[in-house]
Design a protein around this ligand. Structure first.
Ligand code: SAM
Length: 432
């Protein structure tokens, strides 16, 4: 497919996902299934165009004076991909499978690219109903934070200490120009190319031998700051596919007991294979057998650390999943807040006297971060927030600079602040 035909295809996919309110992944999959002529490179390029258009959906619509998919793509090509008017006009030629030629008003708008008079939520590309919460999190920086969350994300990997070192992986991957992560001692970072795609790391031999896992540096950092030590009893209560379980096992140097469970047994499926690859030997997966069954009943009040990677709206990962940004509904936030209270109550039963709960979300919304901890502390006697300075005082490095991003109970990362996804971490301790 020509670059222009790929743009036509991206417009078609956007029409489908917007008119039928479908997830982008579903619309892209269906498009690919019904157009067998498109190769894997075509499909990847079309997906990248669609996701780029969604990143700046509100501001592109404003600049172009239309919410039509064609306008979203035009705005994106000019503003996110930096294409000039001539280049865009040559792609929109109307010839073959190219989109129809530019109209007069489109040309005027592409020249002006004006956001004059746009409300803050439009400038920030944050859904309007979420703007008050987003603004509460970031105050005067909120528009700039929203813009940063509307950009593309780098690809981060975590060197698995059980099998490799960051230094060795830097040499292995020299051809892909990795950078050492700014915060996590195990992180390597790869920048996406012009088309938004990064190197295909999961086909590397070092991946199959367990030398690394793909994991955002913010996710690595919150796991590290949770403070698990070799020899401890640690629970990963919302383990899902185990991204943080694997990082915890490495930080514990395979010493001690690490229990991984999840409310949804199916989500734990991929963890078995990931564990085998990683060389982690101290992990026990506990599968819930039925609703209400506590698979960790035997370790009640025994855990030194319970990591709660809570279900959340994922607002801190909008760079990686721009579709989710526009699909999230007010009801979903309220549901997640209920889930968070439930999972924190469960964690409280597992932690021993003097032990900690590390509460993590990949969200920037105060309702599911500080407010969740305030509500927990109000409900649950015998727990107190751990001062941030104590959380940051890690043997793994100097994290004191992160104190700039303190919230009421914890710390908030963001693409603009830490160059990572928007993770939140707060630790609470049981007794003293
Ligand atoms: C953010 S995801 C976990 C991601 C995972 N920790 C990782 O790093 O790859 C949140 C998980 O919490 C689980 N969950 C939701 N409510 C829960 C509860 N009450 N107890 C335990 N897990 C729960 C969900 O099934 C989901 O897998």
């Amino acid at each position: 497919m020509t670059p222009a035909a790929r743009i036509s295809a991206a417009i078609e996919v956007l029409e489908d996902l917007i008119s039928r309110r479908r997830p982008a992944a579903d619309a892209l999959k269906d498009w690919g299934l019904s157009r067998r002529f498109a190769g894997s490179k075509d499909r990847a390029a079309i997906a990248s165009l669609v996701y780029d258009a969604l990143r700046r959906k509100a501001s592109s619509a404003y600049v172009m004076g239309s919410e039509a998919p064609r306008a979203l793509v035009l705005g994106m090509l000019a503003r996110l991909r930096g294409l000039g008017l001539e280049e865009i006009a040559s792609l929109f030629s109307g010839e073959g499978h190219a989109p129809a030629p530019l109209e007069g008003e489109e040309v005027d708008r592409l020249v002006a690219l004006s956001l004059t008079g746009a409300p803050d939520w439009v400038r920030a590309d944050v859904p309007d109903w979420l703007w008050p919460a987003f603004a509460a999190a970031f105050g005067a920086e909120a528009v700039a934070e929203g813009e940063a969350l509307s950009g593309r994300a780098p690809i981060d990997i975590r060197a698995n200490r059980l099998k490799a070192t960051r230094a060795a992986l830097m040499v292995d991957f020299a051809h892909a120009a990795p950078e050492a992560g700014a915060w996590s001692p195990d992180a390597l970072r790869f920048q996406p190319g012009h088309d938004g795609r990064g190197p295909s790391l999961q086909s590397e031999p070092a991946f199959f031998s367990g030398g690394f896992e793909i994991q955002d540096e913010g996710s690595q950092l919150v796991t590290l700051l949770a403070g698990a030590k070799p020899g401890q009893t640690v629970v990963d209560l919302c383990a899902g596919a185990g991204g943080k379980t694997l990082a915890l096992a490495a930080l514990m140097a395979n010493q001690g007991r690490l229990f991984a469970t999840d409310l949804d047994a199916r989500r734990l499926g991929p963890l078995h294979e990931r564990l085998a690859r990683s060389g982690a030997a101290n992990v026990e997966i506990r599968i819930p057998r039925s609703r209400g069954h506590e698979p960790l009943a035997d370790i009640e009040a025994q855990a030194d650390l319970v990591l709660v990677d809570a279900p959340c709206t994922g607002s801190g990962t909008w760079r990686r999943n721009p579709d989710a940004k526009w699909r999230v509904r007010p009801g979903a936030l309220a549901e997640r807040v209920k889930d968070q209270a439930e999972v924190l109550a469960r964690a409280a039963r597992l932690v021993k006297l003097g032990g900690r709960i590390a509460y993590i979300t990949c969200s920037v919304l105060p309702d599911e971060n500080d407010a969740a901890i305030s509500a927990f502390l109000a409900r649950q006697t015998g727990f107190a927030a751990v001062p941030l300075a104590e959380v940051l005082a890690s043997e793994e490095g100097d994290f004191s600079l992160l104190a700039r991003f303190a919230t009421v109970h914890g710390v908030q990362f963001s693409p603009r602040r830490t160059g990572t996804d928007g993770f939140y971490l707060a630790c609470v301790q049981r007794g003293a």
